[in-house]
Design a protein around this ligand. Structure first.
Ligand SMILES: [Zn+2]
Length: 180
C-alpha cells in the first residue's frame, strides 16, 4: 500500500480530467481487490507482503476480474445510489451516471491496478511490479511516504473542488454525466 484509500485520490483526479472515459468505481474496486493480497497475507502469516498480485501479471489478472465481474454489480450499486437521493440539492450535486461501458470498465480497471503498482513500488521494496520482465524495484524510496500520501490527498481535494465547480455550472437538473 499506501493504504488503499490513498489510491482513490489520484483516481478521482483522473475522473475529473476524463469523466466520460473513466469509471471511478471500477478503479476503486480494482484497488481494493489487489490489496486483498497484503491484507490476507498479514492475517495468515503476519507479513503484509506483495508477492503475486503486485506484479504485472497479477495486476492484469485483478484488472480482468474487476472489469468483467465488477461492472454489472457496480452499475446496480450506482442505480441504487441514485434512487436514494432526495430531489433537490441531493439530485443536483450527488447524482451519478450509472452506466459503465465495457471499454470504460477495462480502461479504469487497468489504470487502477497499474497505477497501484507504481505508487506501491515507491513505498515497498518487496513490490516487483515489472516481474517477470524485470525483477527488482528501482523506484522504492523515490519520494518520502509523507510526500506520497500528501500528493494523493492533494489529488483528492483538487478533484472534489473541480467536481463542485463542474456541478455548479452544469444546467440545473442535468448533472454532468461524469461521476460514476
Ligand atoms: Zn497495494
Amino acid at each position: 500500500m499506501p493504504i488503499t484509500p490513498f489510491h482513490f485520490g489520484p483516481g478521482a483526479l483522473i475522473k475529473v480530467i476524463a469523466p466520460r472515459h473513466f469509471s471511478w468505481t471500477i478503479f476503486a474496486l480494482a484497488n481494493v481487490l489487489i490489496d486483498l493480497e497484503p491484507v490476507v497475507l498479514f492475517l495468515l502469516i503476519g507479513d503484509p507482503a506483495h508477492p503475486w498480485l503486485h506484479t504485472l501479471p497479477g495486476a492484469i489478472g485483478v484488472a480482468t476480474l474487476a472489469a468483467t465481474l465488477g461492472r454489472k454489480p457496480l452499475e446496480g450499486v450506482l442505480v441504487w445510489w441514485n434512487r436514494r437521493l432526495a430531489f433537490g440539492w441531493q439530485t443536483r450535486w450527488l447524482t451519478v451516471e450509472p452506466g459503465i461501458p465495457r471499454s470504460t470498465a477495462w480502461l479504469s480497471a487497468l489504470i487502477g491496478t497499474l497505477s497501484h503498482l507504481a505508487l506501491d513500488s515507491i513505498m515497498h521494496a518487496d513490490v516487483h511490479a515489472l516481474w517477470p520482465i524485470n525483477s527488482g524495484n528501482a523506484i522504492q524510496g523515490l519520494i518520502s511516504l509523507g510526500m506520497l500520501h500528501g500528493l494523493c490527498m492533494v489529488a483528492a481535494v483538487v478533484a472534489l473542488l473541480a467536481h463542485l465547480v463542474a456541478r455548479r455550472f452544469a444546467p440545473h437538473g442535468a448533472p454532468a454525466r461524469s461521476n460514476r
